[in-house]
Design a binder for this molecule. Structure first.
Ligand code: HPA
Length: 282
C-alpha cells in the first residue's frame, strides 16, 4: 500500500507556521503563491512588507526540495494589508517524491486558512502558430495522463471529499482579473490547456504530437498535483505559465534545461510586473 500522509503531519507543519507568523505579528494568511523556475527572486520584492524567511528544513514534516537552483524556503509577508505566503522552491515527482508530497504546501495552506493560490511555472509551447517563448499564459484546464494522484489512498475528510469536482479550480474570475492586470501594463495574457508529464526526461516528438491532438497547448512537469490538491480542499487557483521553449519536435532543436532557465530569467521582469499587479487583487 502507498504510504499516505496523516492529518497529524499536516497539522504539525501548520502549527509551526501559525506560531511563526504569530510571533512576528502577521495575521492568518488567505493567499499563497508557488514560485516556479526563474521566479524565485520574486520573494525578495520590496512590495512584500514585514517579511519572514522560513527554510523548509525548519518546518516539521515539510519536504526539502532537491532542485539546486531553487531555494527551499517559505517567505511570509504582507501585501496590500494581507498576509501572503510565497513558496520559493517546489517539489517535483521526478525528484522521487510521492505525488502527495509534491502537493504538501497546498495541504498545509488549507489548514492555515488559505483560500486563493497563485501557481506559476515554466512550460513548453505546443502551438508555434500562437505561442512563442517568452509568452505568459493563463492555464484554463489541464490534462494528466499518468495514473497517480496526490489524493490517492485514504481520504482525509479534514482536507476534502473522497470524490470532488475539477471543473472550476482554474477560477474564471481570477483569470479575467489577471488578463486585465496584464492589459493595464501593456501586454496580453493568452489562455491554454497544460499537459502534465512527470519527466525528468523531456517529451518525445510523438508524445508532443499526441498532446497536441488531445487539445493541450502547454507541457510541463509541475503544477497539476498542486492544483488537484487545491481542488480537493476548496482553494481557488490562478495558474500562470511562462512559455520557455518550443516543445519537442516543433523546431527540431535540442531540448535543454538551460533554454528553460534562460527564457524564464529573460522575462522575469515582465512576470514580476504582472505579479505586482495581480497579488494585491487575489
Ligand atoms: N517539457 C516539459 N516541461 C517543461 C518544458 C517542456 O518542454 N519546458 C519547461 N518545462
Amino acid at each position: 500500500m502507498l504510504k499516505t500522509p496523516t492529518i497529524a503531519m499536516y497539522e504539525t507543519s501548520a502549527d509551526y507556521l501559525r506560531e511563526k507568523l504569530h510571533t512576528v505579528g502577521l495575521p492568518a494568511p488567505t493567499t499563497a503563491v508557488i514560485l516556479g523556475s526563474g521566479l524565485g527572486t520574486y520573494a525578495e520584492a520590496e512590495t512584500i512588507q514585514n517579511k519572514i524567511h522560513i527554510p523548509y528544513r525548519d518546518i516539521p514534516e515539510f519536504p526539502v526540495s532537491t532542485v539546486s537552483y531553487q531555494k527551499g524556503e517559505l517567505v511570509a509577508g504582507e501585501v496590500a494589508g494581507k498576509t501572503v505566503l510565497f513558496f520559493n522552491g517546489r517539489f517535483h515527482y521526478y525528484e522521487g517524491w510521492e505525488m502527495w508530497e509534491t502537493a504538501y504546501p497546498v495541504s498545509v495552506c488549507h489548514l492555515l486558512g488559505v483560500k486563493t493560490m497563485l501557481i506559476t511555472n515554466a512550460a513548453g509551447g505546443l502551438r508555434p502558430e500562437t505561442l512563442t517563448p517568452g509568452d505568459l499564459i493563463c492555464v484554463t484546464d489541464h490534462i494528466k495522463l499518468c495514473a497517480d494522484s496526490p489524493v490517492r489512498g485514504k481520504n482525509l475528510p479534514e482536507m476534502g471529499e473522497r470524490f470532488f469536482d475539477m471543473q472550476s479550480v482554474y477560477d474564471r474570475s481570477l483569470i479575467a482579473m489577471a488578463k486585465a492586470c496584464a492589459n493595464e501594463n501593456g501586454f496580453s495574457l493568452g489562455e491554454g490547456v497544460y499537459a502534465y508529464m512527470t519527466g525528468p526526461q523531456f517529451e518525445t516528438p510523438a508524445e508532443i504530437r499526441m498532446l497536441r491532438l488531445l487539445g493541450a497547448d502547454l507541457v510541463g512537469m509541475s503544477t497539476v498535483p498542486e492544483v488537484i490538491c487545491a481542488a480537493h480542499c476548496g482553494i481557488r487557483v490562478l495558474c500562470i505559465s511562462c512559455v520557455t521553449n518550443y516543445a519537442a519536435g516543433v523546431t527540431g532543436a535540442p531540448m535543454t534545461e538551460k533554454e528553460v532557465l534562460d527564457t524564464s530569467a529573460s522575462i522575469a521582469g515582465k512576470f514580476r510586473t504582472l505579479l505586482d499587479a495581480v497579488i494585491p487583487k487575489l
